[in-house]
Write a protein that binds this ligand. Structure first.
Ligand SMILES: C[S@@+](CC[C@H](N)C(=O)[O-])C[C@H]1O[C@@H](n2cnc3c(N)ncnc32)[C@H](O)[C@@H]1O
Length: 170
């Protein structure tokens, strides 16, 4: 269901991005783990206020809308810093609002265009691959290896499900 402070610490980078950041719980965990610059993308306007309220003390940039609309901008901002990031990709339909899609292929295409090829990519909800989430695990791994053929790919526990977060790292 979501990321954990322990997992973010294990792969910690100065920058953390969460797509589908919802009410900001993952952003708070990333800050607690030690990430310094935080980005979140979320189209559900009902959770914006809560998210902004919870994160107002953080160096957090909130993008109101879909990943399809904003992910390239976030990648360009990270390119300017030339620091490594964790991308936690958790944007998908939960049936709550307009504008929901499953934008993983756009997100991975944007990360592929990033200047650095050593970002950590985490993708949540492996158990739903090829079912509620349209991409199969094999398709996702193939796209990750187009970003960097050297990526090692493992599955880590989420805060609620075993081996449910795919992690690509070097
Ligand atoms: C499973 S929830 C995310 C939970 C959150 N990451 C957490 O751990 O607390 C999926 C989120 O993706 C959002 N979402 C749906 N389509 C999206 C899109 N195209 N771009 C970005 N977010 C999207 C939904 O509104 C929802 O908040």
């Amino acid at each position: 269901m979501g990321n954990s402070v322990e997992l973010i610490k294990k792969y910690l980078q100065p920058i953390y991005v969460e797509t589908g950041c919802s009410a900001g719980d993952g952003i708070l965990k990333a800050s607690e783990a030690g990430a310094e610059l935080l980005f979140g993308i979320e189209p559900n306007t009902e959770v914006h206020f809560t998210c902004l309220k919870k994160t107002k003390h953080l160096n957090f940039h909130h993008f109101d809308g879909t990943s399809e609309r904003h992910i390239n901008t976030v990648v360009l901002e990270i390119d300017k810093k030339n620091e490594r990031a964790i991308f936690f990709l958790d944007a998908h339909k939960v049936g709550c609002c307009k504008g929901e899609t499953y934008p993983l292929k756009y997100e991975l295409a944007a990360i592929r265009k990033a200047r650095r090829k050593d970002h950590i990519v985490m993708i949540d909800d492996v158990r739903l691959f090829g079912m509620e989430l349209p991409d199969t695990k094999e398709e996702v791994e193939e796209r990750l290896r187009k970003i960097n053929v050297g990526y090692k790919i493992v599955c880590e526990n989420s805060d609620t499900n075993e081996k449910d977060i795919l992690v690509a790292y070097l």
